[in-house]
Ligand binder design. Structure first.
Ligand SMILES: Cc1cc2nc3c(=O)[nH]c(=O)nc-3n(C[C@H](O)[C@H](O)[C@H](O)COP(=O)(O)OP(=O)(O)OC[C@H]3O[C@@H](n4cnc5c(N)ncnc54)[C@H](O)[C@@H]3O)c2cc1C
Length: 426
């Protein structure tokens, strides 16, 4: 997905591209079923089209910036209300037509097992990057900078938290400034909460995930099944937070504190079940989830440590163990391997990395996209310093917004900010 968008963008800026797609040779991965380019591995939807939805606004930017894959999706569109859903075979066919008709792109139907040193390179090998390439990226970036598994806790829009049922405080600290928002549960609510978790349905793991699932950390439903009090002595322990039966802690996801993460709440519960159960917590009864919890096989690099805000490998926060002479220069990353999760996000980062790569190869100075645009916010979310980095999809909580507006006014503000600032930029 990201690789095709990037190749087309670079080609239309005059560069010759060697594009490698291993499925053209082998046909499949653990999730892909065909050898088609830009195969949609699961849902056939690129999500909403309305400007008032996060993915609609992101798509609008991609349209303004001339995304090829978005045009292909429009051509392959099937009726699905307000979402952009496609006939997946037609979509791949249209992408393949654009790639093969481009005189600048040579499609190599084989696995890239080694990155050529000194050749400008863009890696968009996705969540199921081949073993050989993953091993090389791991070596180039230092072992700890590549991960094969994510364990994501739900993320909540700060405006939807009921602060009258919560309090700000760090564990065992009294001070005025607190990093955590604490959501208490009384005994009755806690017991109901745990019972619902014990009985809840989880998403089934794929065969290739079986041995990896519990390596990172336990999902909360599994903890609940180990005993009624397990959570109360684990992520819901009230110790150092006053006299409460149990507590869920929320930690800010971003500097603006528009998003909060449920600390230690990685889960494989089905999405609707997560919403129902978490809304039993008094402070979260109206919670809006910017993203829900998940745990699955996923290859991604620690972008905050490795990439600069042009998506170029630049190790802004720590030196690389590998001598730079062994690295392709410049080396860009795009798509899910950067931690930007979702089809539209893959297209957006593909567009963005290619645009920066083209500018850099033409010796143009780096120019960030304007403040308030969805793509810039997404890039900041994956490249800003963060301790426990996990993949993120685009949502409104990532966009800068004034605090004093009402909810309905905020959306209008965000739409206007994105459109106005991007028009000026273009
Ligand atoms: C099981 C599963 C289900 C998902 N469901 C959804 C969903 O419903 N909606 C959604 O928005 N997102 C979903 N995602 C996330 C989705 O993968 C990404 O959003 C998107 O496809 C990522 O785009 P990408 O370009 O980064 O990777 P991909 O689209 O996967 O493209 C990477 C390509 O690189 C190729 N490749 C890998 N290694 C090599 C190599 N060494 N040499 C040559 N080629 C190589 C692969 O064959 C693949 O075609 C799902 C992911 C998985 C794993």
């Amino acid at each position: 997905m990201a690789g095709c968008e990037a190749a087309l963008q670079l080609a239309c800026r005059g560069f010759e591209i060697d594009l490698y797609e291993m499925r053209k040779g082998t046909g499949k991965t653990q999730a892909h079923k065909t050898g088609d380019l830009a195969e949609l591995v699961c849902s056939n939807s690129f999500k909403g089209t309305q400007l008032a939805s996060a993915h609609g606004l992101l798509k609008n930017e991609l349209k303004m910036l001339g995304s090829f894959l978005l045009q292909a999706a429009e051509k392959a569109r099937v009726p699905a209300g307000e979402s952009l859903s496609v006939d997946r075979a037609l979509f791949s066919k249209e992408v393949e037509r654009l790639i093969t008709e481009s005189k600048k792109i040579t499609l190599h139907p084989k696995e890239c097992t080694e990155l050529a040193t000194q050749a400008p390179t863009l890696v968009a090998a996705g969540p199921l990057c081949s073993e050989a390439l993953a091993a090389q990226i791991k070596e180039l970036t230092g072992g700890e900078f590549l991960r094969f598994f994510d364990a994501i806790a739900p993320v909540i829009d700060s405006d939807s938290i009921d602060y009258s049922q919560a309090f700000a405080m760090n564990r065992r600290e009294k001070g005025e400034t607190a990093d955590f928002i604490n959501c208490p549960l009384d005994k009755e609510t806690y017991l109901e909460f745990v019972k619902r978790l014990q009985e809840a349905d989880s998403v089934e793991e794929k065969p290739f995930e079986k041995k990896e699932l519990f390596e990172g950390c336990l999902p909360i439903e599994e903890m609940a099944r180990r005993g009624t009090d397990t959570l109360r002595f684990g992520p819901m322990r009230p110790v150092g937070l006053g006299k409460h039966y149990a507590i869920i802690q929320l930690r800010a996801e971003n500097a603006q504190k528009t998003l909060y993460n449920m600390v230690g709440f990685q889960t494989r519960l089905k999405w609707n079940t997560q919403k129902e159960i978490f809304r039993l917590v008094p402070a979260l009864k109206n919670a809006e989830f910017a993203r829900l919890g998940s745990m699955h096989r996923n290859t991604f690099i620690k972008s905050p440590k490795l990439l600069d805000n042009s998506l170029k490998l630049a190790t802004p926060h720590s030196p690389l163990p590998t001598p730079h002479s062994l690295l392709p220069t410049p080396l860009y990353f795009a798509g899910q391997i950067t931690g930007a999760e979702g089809y539209t996000e893959a297209i957006a980062t593909g567009w963005y990395a290619a645009w920066n790569m083209a500018n850099s190869l033409q010796n143009k100075a780096f120019e960030p996209l304007p403040h308030g645009t969805c793509i810039r916010a997404l890039i900041e979310a994956i490249t800003s310093p963060k301790e426990d980095f996990q993949p993120m999809n685009f949502n409104f909580g990532l966009l800068p917004r004034p605090e004093n507006l009402r909810k309905s006014e905020k959306k209008l503000f965000l739409i206007e900010q994105s459109q106005k600032n991007l028009i000026i930029f273009i």
